[in-house]
Write a protein that binds this ligand. Structure first.
Ligand SMILES: *[C@@H]1O[C@H](CO)[C@@H](O)[C@H](O)[C@H]1NC(C)=O
Ligand SMILES: *[C@@H]1O[C@H](CO)[C@@H](O)[C@H](O)[C@H]1NC(C)=O
Ligand SMILES: *[C@@H]1O[C@H](CO)[C@@H](O)[C@H](O)[C@H]1NC(C)=O
Ligand SMILES: *[C@@H]1O[C@H](CO)[C@@H](O)[C@H](O)[C@H]1NC(C)=O
Ligand SMILES: *[C@@H]1O[C@H](CO)[C@@H](O)[C@H](O)[C@H]1NC(C)=O
Length: 438
């Protein structure tokens, strides 16, 4: 065993002891270990197909973020175009009484917890029967005037005399629609090792959507920073996840840890989370490609007071998106450092930086993201992918053309890392981990 493995083992033992000593009786002692399933797991797709789908989903997600930015509504719900759902990992938990196990897309970029509900004239097909509130004895609609409803601040929830329910309606630019209402309902999280379950009443959305794809889910579980997110409603002060690498295709599960189980390993690096009521913003300060740190003006990456620019950590996008200037600088640096012909006909239209190579090269330039107080020295498999089919090596990086928008650190860069969101101390920490061994 290497010293690192001992350290990991020690950490696991510590986590085990800590969690077995603290019964999950109330929320600040809550301790949950939840399995995550990648939405393309089990579909028997080729690496080429998986990469194309992941990049396409990322673009859908960018379009969704752009809609929200344009203030076309505080969209609690996002949808997929061309059957691409803008999410990456699924989590199951039980809803209602008697409990119904439902699959949810995990999303750190939105906050509402919602599922498709009966009666729905126009629901999107999903892998399990629609949730039927009539079958649940613990279900109750929230009135329009309730605090939870007011907290949501939906544009359409303001006229309580017209609609007594906490109604939300969202019309997207392409005229697709999401309609629903908010309810109080019991949710149950099953502990994998402890004998008891966590049972709580939370506000969840009951929705029917007329367009898009649910991608094997029945809804979304928002881990964002607003009052309605699962994090806020469970009252937890920390959560972490560890994503197993997406390629090569892996049948093992990724995990998410809530509450006391979410710990950082010694040696993990930390950077401050910036204050925001939706996204997890961090301070990116620079990027190194190969041995060269790219040159940018001081404060170039800073988030502005009007919430434009800045950089967020995201679990729901595979790709990493950087402003055109940054993207071009990274692209030029790779082209300079890597001794391979640049590919103009890329893997799919979705990868914008690819190289022709008959074999997956042994050596490629390093990629390091510099955050305030923390350097993310990326493992190779987190930022380059190789398609044997096309004999192309591609860098997982995409371009954000709107310079007022935010950069997005996608989940491929976070693979095989313990990523901890410490909300009590407003820090995000990360460090290498073997996510398939948790
Ligand atoms: C997966 O797909 C390949 C090629 O299409 C096929 O040969 C194989 O039988 C499939 N495996 C499973 C488990 O479906
Ligand atoms: C709801 O209850 C009805 C009547 O008891 C039953 O037929 C139906 O299968 C239930 N639906 C679900 C989704 O549980
Ligand atoms: C609220 O709804 C009522 C009943 O439909 C309507 O008369 C009223 O004009 C609406 N108020 C606003 C501010 O939209
Ligand atoms: C790709 O396009 C650029 C400019 O458009 C050109 O300089 C380069 O030679 C092309 N590469 C290949 C491999 O065709
Ligand atoms: C770019 O983003 C800004 C703010 O984030 C937004 O106001 C503007 O509409 C966006 N522009 C385009 C073309 O999407």
């Amino acid at each position: 065993m290497s010293p690192n493995n001992y350290l990991l083992l020690f950490t696991f033992l510590t986590i085990f002891l800590l969690t077995s000593l603290t019964p999950p009786s109330f929320s600040n002692e809550l301790s949950l270990r939840l399995q995550l399933t990648h939405i393309d797991a089990g579909l028997n797709l080729t690496v080429h197909e998986l990469l194309g789908r992941a990049a396409a989903r990322s673009k859908t997600r960018m379009a969704w973020f752009a809609h929200i930015r344009k203030k076309e509504g505080q969209a609690p719900i996002f949808w997929g175009r061309k059957n691409n759902y803008a999410g990456e990992y699924l989590m199951n938990f039980d809803v209602g009484t008697p409990p119904r196990k439902l699959p949810f897309i995990v999303d750190t970029g939105s906050s509402l917890v919602w599922t498709q509900c009966k009666p729905c004239l126009d629901c999107i097909s999903q892998p399990v029967p629609y949730f039927d509130p009539k079958n649940s004895s613990s279900f109750s609609k929230l009135p329009c005037s309730s605090k939870q409803c007011t907290d949501l601040g939906f544009d359409y929830s303001s006229n309580c005399s017209a609609k007594p329910d906490c109604h939300f309606e969202y019309i997207y630019a392409d005229e697709s629609k999401s309609i629903g209402y908010l309810a109080l309902e019991k949710v149950t999280f099953r502990y994998s090792t402890e004998s008891s379950n966590l049972i709580m009443k939370i506000a969840i959305g009951c929705a029917s959507i007329n367009r898009g794809s649910m991608a094997h889910s029945s809804g979304i579980v928002g881990f964002g920073r607003s009052a309605e997110s699962l994090v806020s409603q469970l009252g937890i002060t920390r959560f972490s996840y560890c994503f197993i690498p997406f390629i090569p295709i892996n049948t093992k599960r990724s995990h998410m840890f809530l509450g006391n189980r979410a710990l950082s390993n010694s040696g993990d690096q930390s950077t401050p989370l910036l204050h925001d009521n939706e996204y997890y913003y961090v301070s990116l300060s620079g990027i190194t490609v190969g041995s060269k740190r790219l040159l940018f003006q001081p404060n170039f990456f800073e988030r502005k007071k009007d919430r434009t620019r800045g950089t967020i950590f995201d679990s729901g996008s595979f790709s990493t998106f950087l402003w055109t200037d940054v993207f071009n600088a990274v692209k030029n640096a790779f082209e300079f450092e890597i001794n391979l012909p640049v590919a103009n006909n890329t893997l799919t239209n979705d990868y914008k930086l690819c190289f022709h190579t008959p074999t997956n090269p042994e050596k490629i330039p390093n990629l390091v993201l510099h955050f305030k107080g923390a350097d993310m020295d990326l493992p190779r498999e987190n930022y380059v992918v190789y398609s044997t089919e096309k004999k192309l090596l591609c860098v997982v990086i995409d371009e954000e053309k709107n310079l007022s928008a935010m950069n997005i650190i996608g989940n491929s860069y976070q693979q095989n890392m313990n990523v901890l969101y410490d909300l009590e101390n407003q820090m995000l920490s990360f460090g290498p981990a073997q996510c398939d061994q948790l």
